[in-house]
Design a protein around this ligand. Sequence first.
Ligand code: ADP
Ligand code: MG
Length: 568
Amino acid sequence: MPIKVLDPKLVSRIAAGEVVERPASVVKELVENSLDAGASQISIEARGGGVSLIRVVDNGAGIPSGEVELAFDRYATSKVEGLDDLDSISTLGFRGEALPSIAAVAEVDIVTCAARETTGAHLSLRDGRVVGRESEGRSQGTTVTVRNLFRRVPARLKFLKSPATENSHIANIVTRYAFAFPEVKFVLLIDGRGALSTPGSGRLIDSIIEVYGSEVARNMLEIERGRWEGRAATSSLLVMGMVGSPAIGRASRDYLNLFVNHRWINSRLLAWAVEEAYHGLLMKGKHPVAVIDIILPPQEVDINIHPGKTEVKFQQERAIFSAVQKAVRQALIKLTPVPQVEEVAIAYEAPSLLKQGFEMPIGGDSGITPAPTVAAQTTTATLPVLRVLGQISASYIIAEGPDGLYLIDQHAAHERVLFEQIVGQRSRQEIEVQGLLEPATFEVSPQQEQVLRARYKDLAGFGFSIEPFGEKTFLVRSVPALLSNKDWAGMVRGLLDSGGNEDDWMEKVAVSMACHSAVRAGQILTEDEMRELVRKLEQASLPHTCPHGRPTMIHLSLGQLRSEFGRR
Ligand code: ADP
Ligand code: MG
């Protein structure tokens, strides 16, 4: 279809809005264009968090030389013609908004050559206006270069996060498309370094190996290629992809990748359907790794409800929910491991928490705190000397003080003690370090890599000797002694997933270390251990809350006891 400006009537039906929010949105729009152009190879380059430069090179259909200018007109598209087309969109783009929106906030150069044309066209735009056009040799395909994004929009520029964070958003977007289009070869270069390179083999597992590493890939289960019709479905619906075995549950929801007709989408409904399928299989606080693509007739899904095109509305919502849930559950129950993945030696073994038969303590991210029925009454900061009386439910220590009874949450209390210890030792550079017998390799996803590259030196201060070791792999030589027999790898992953930008990063590391090394709920403690913990809590500077802000104890004063028993 030639590029044409959409009829105003049609424009009014399109969910218009700001499509360029941050550098990753530019990458998203350009990659979508390359995919719509049928490219089998797409290279993406970003510099300076995508602000200095974003370049996307594809070998797709190219734009006919007579239509290049038109492509930069608002609402000019080759993908939609009439109103009817809006109801069955099969391309990723359809609004004709991306190129003009990008050109309005950056310096854009496009070099493109369509099939059967002998030479390519090079168009330069500044402030949304064409400032140069020449012919330039190029094989079939398109190269779009975007420089100095938001230079003239300081308000936007100010709103951006650190280059490391923007890079991780970019890697995230490219990763999603690498999952949705395993037949396309994606190469991502960030500041000149290879961040991702997929083979374009057409096998999803190859993209998963690239992104999440072979350890995760070995634990992925294929969703059986059946048709998962729900009872209410009017037409066929295909659920395909791979799901991680419960053993590789993750502390964040970022590993859940959902697509509809190869379009990456945000859907709380479907995320819930997937989590439901894992019900009883994953530990509390853990989330699945999954890459799921739902294929259905385009008429049955509306993608035209949000400018970012990541929100969708299904006609048969319930049928889709149940189809996804059933498909995932079926794959999990069969637990058929994927045979094609080679075995690779893993240098470390994360302890299987599932085997230990108890729930994880409340993690920093889950935020589920049962409200104490009796509020902590103490107003003074320090604790009096306490006498330990015993333990209940292998989780709480009962102690007596000069003014009544104390119920202490052993995990929260230990977290507080360890947190203060870690912060103090770090500032004195006294963190005790445990060298690993053999350096362990630590594989990270492209997003995690961006954060780790920016942060590994900070982690050294906490006792982690981690250094870059080839693409998406780091070498770990030592870990904090506190964590030496704990799941330090899971802890670092959780930290990386939470992003690297926050000003409170150092505190986050200390909190996370404390949480991972503290005694858990469900652990029986000896009397000596309890006394030792309570003694240390007495010396803590903020003994009443754990570093997540939850109470470490409940105090029932003698006055309260008297009044509860009706003595006064
Ligand atoms: P949309 O993708 O919604 O149509 P865009 O502004 O992103 O709008 O692009 C406008 C038009 O330019 C597209 O419809 C397409 O015809 C053409 N185009 C953009 N990028 C490419 C590309 N990489 N390869 C081929 N054609 C492209
Ligand atoms: Mg587009």
